[in-house]
Write a protein that binds this ligand. Structure first.
Ligand code: URA
Length: 279
């Protein structure tokens, strides 16, 4: 595709083929007029250097699309915004107002958290899907229903008021990536400061990391989820290190039910540690 791309898009059939190729790969929504290669750190200076558009267009793009300020600047801005938040309410507003993530433009609702924020257990997933985007709550689709069953198997319930069974749920990313694609590395890096602050404000005693994106981002690991799951990791919350258990994501379990056994084993370990900590 890449070698013949320039040649192919000279014809109408070629353009249609290229469009279909993008749709097949999940790029089903347009965000900006200037193409940005999201596989590398987006940087407006780079984009402009490669294909200089007229000056007025550049000015308009920079004004209209602050996400093009580049991932590095967005990370610094997110860190500043997150650090200034003293409460969950302030953090929610800060995420709402943050202009460094282009996925905000295509999402319907911001997905912040659900459950009891005073819960000793917090669970972090990847990013909202279509159902979560509509309802503005994490894990409310089919995967969420499976997650509720998994949590119930170890006595946890997001609607519980009793702190012994309460759980609080959030995601690494607060906006639905278009077409449910995996959030890009830049989006994960930019959102990290917000979820780290979110966890610091909730102050859980234990944490469940649901899926590879949550596990790798928060534990700062590059290994696959199959390597990270199955044992406890230390996760820093303020001055303390709390036990973090990574496990497979419910969406993966829906596709690969044979791995439910592994999640069951992870949850059994997690419940034993919960009892140990409560004792
Ligand atoms: N998958 C996630 O990781 N989080 C959600 O909120 C929904 C689906």
């Amino acid at each position: 595709m890449t070698d013949n791309y320039a040649k192919n898009i000279q014809t109408q059939d070629g353009m249609l083929e290229a469009l279909q190729w993008h749709i097949d790969h999940g790029a089903d929504e347009t965000l900006v007029d200037i193409a940005v290669d999201r596989t590398v750190t987006p940087d407006i200076a780079d984009v402009i250097a490669k294909a200089p558009p007229p000056k007025a267009v550049v000015q308009k793009a920079v004004e209209s699309y602050p996400e093009m300020m580049g991932a590095a600047a967005a990370i610094i801005e997110a860190q500043k915004c997150a650090a200034a938040c003293e409460t969950l309410e302030e953090l929610k507003i800060a995420i709402m107002d943050f202009e460094g993530l282009s996925i905000k433009k295509t999402a319907t609702n911001m997905v912040f958290g659900d459950g009891n924020p005073k819960a000793p257990i917090m669970l972090v997933g990847e990013a909202p899907g279509a159902d979560e985007d509509i309802q503005g709550k994490p894990f409310v689709g089919v995967g969420g229903q499976l997650l509720d069953k998994i949590l119930a198997s170890i006595g946890l319930d997001r609607n519980a008021t009793d702190l012994n069974s309460a759980v609080y749920i959030s995601n690494i990313i607060n906006w639905r990536p278009p077409g449910n694609r995996t959030p890009s590395q830049a989006e994960q890096n930019i959102s990290l400061a917000f979820i780290e602050r979110h966890i610091a404000l909730v102050q859980p005693k234990m944490i469940i990391l649901c899926g590879g994106v949550a596990a790798k981002t928060l534990l700062k690991r590059s290994d696959s989820i199959s390597k990270i799951r199955g044992s406890f990791h230390d996760y820093p919350v303020g001055e303390k290190l709390i036990p973090a258990m990574a496990t497979y994501h419910p969406a993966y379990l829906l596709r690969t039910p044979s791995q439910k056994k592994a999640v069951w084993a992870d949850m059994q370990m997690f419940q034993a540690k919960m009892k140990e900590i409560a004792a």
